[in-house]
Design a protein around this ligand. Structure first.
Ligand code: NAD
Length: 345
């Protein structure tokens, strides 16, 4: 299959690109290279004849038309987005422009391309989204595919809007779409401003490890390579017009996740004082959702998918990766606003 992956220089998109190429798919990586992108993430496949890169912005319709006409993909996997909740609170505009208007542009470009196909039934548009669109849970319950949308941050609202657009393009125009909503990802190549790398890097440098509120917010955690595997499965086998929740069945309070990472740091740096001493509770994020939990029954029973990595194993691999790959993350610390978020600026 030839797959156009948008956002393929980001965290999850690059995992999809690497896995798709490893499985013999041809991949066109379309990315505008924002502050969150890094072509190093796809360095392992960039010399492959199966791989091509196009620097383009999903808000630029003419560029999308040109790239679709030039590469003629069988599928689009749409991951390009502004993705950091805290940045969406500080500056929501970019989130509306890329996640909503950009997705609209891509849908329209995809629709025109699909309608001009000789075999339109072979084409698929896979929209990648988040469990944050469902809002916040109480102590019990899980998000299913039919949970009503209730986004509460500019980021999740922009992703919810994009999900609605994708469904509307299926119902109205018949565009062959599949959707997925996934829980929090972690793993190698995660941009340094996100929670797991912030904990690792601040622990490494002996800086305060910021934990929002009382640390009791609960998230479900999924190793990024397992997410990429699930995404390729849904692309190939998912029912058109349907959505699939993807989760790791690994619910954890933020504070417990942070303590687990600190324990790995203690093991890998036995000469350092216990890293937990660096944990510092900070004022909570406005509108911070208390609990997310994913019910992945559908993807498990209908498509036979299961995560391959436990959160213990995934976090061990991730911490070891960050310690071994300082040349990857050090240059990113000087990018736009990252120092402020890590407390290094
Ligand atoms: P990321 O921020 O690491 O990567 C996003 C990529 O999109 C970057 O390479 C960036 O350059 C590119 N991009 C941004 N704006 C663009 C534009 N206008 N045109 C072209 N490219 C643009 O994000 P991520 O964590 O890899 O998330 C990827 C997708 O998965 C997003 O849609 C996100 O909502 C979704 N998602 C993320 C998580 C998570 O835990 N990170 C969980 C569920 C779903």
């Amino acid at each position: 299959m030839k797959i156009l992956v948008t956002g393929g220089a980001g965290f999850i998109g690059s995992a999809v690109v690497r896995l798709a190429v490893a499985r013999g798919h041809r991949v066109v990586n379309l990315d505008s290279l924002t502050y969150a992108a890094n072509l190093e993430n796809v360095a392992s496949v960039s010399a492959s004849p199966l791989y091509a890169f196009e620097q383009a912005d999903i808000r630029d319709r003419a560029a999308l038309d040109r790239i679709l006409a030039a590469h003629r993909p069988d599928a689009i996997m749409h991951l390009a987005a502004e993705s950091h909740v805290d940045r969406s609170i500080d500056g929501p505009g970019a989130f509306i422009e890329t996640n909503v208007t950009g997705t609209y542009n891509l849908l329209e470009a995809a629709r025109a391309y699909w309608m001009g196909q000789r075999r339109p039934e072979g084409f698929r548009f896979h929209h990648i989204s988040t469990d944050e669109v469902f809002g916040s849970l109480g102590e019990t319950g899980q998000f299913t595919e039919t949970t009503p949308y209730d986004p509460r941050s500019p980021y999740s609202a922009s992703k919810a809007a994009s999900d609605h657009l994708v469904r509307a393009w299926h119902e109205t125009y018949g565009l062959p779409v599949v959707l997925t909503n996934c829980s929090n990802n972690y793993g190698p190549f995660h941009f340094p401003e996100k929670l797991v790398p912030v904990v690792i890097l601040n622990a490494l440098h002996g800086r305060p490890i910021p934990v929002y509120g009382d640390g009791g917010n609960v998230r479900d955690w999924l190793y990024v390579e397992d997410h990429a595997d699930a995404l390729l499965l849904v692309l190939e086998k998912g029912a058109l017009g349907e959505s699939y929740n993807i989760g790791g069945e690994n619910e954890a309070k933020n504070i417990d996740l942070v303590r687990t990472i600190c324990a790995h740091m203690d093991r890998l740096r036995p000469d350092s004082a216990p890293h937990e001493r660096l944990i510092t509770f900070v004022a909570d994020r406005p509108g911070h959702d208390r609990r997310y939990a994913i019910d992945p029954t559908r993807i498990r029973t209908e498509l036979g998918w299961r995560p391959s990595v436990t959160v213990e194993e995934g976090l061990r691999r991730t911490v070891e990766w960050y310690l071994a790959n300082q040349g990857w993350w050090r240059p990113l610390l000087t990018r736009q606003g990252v120092g402020e978020r890590l407390g290094t600026a």
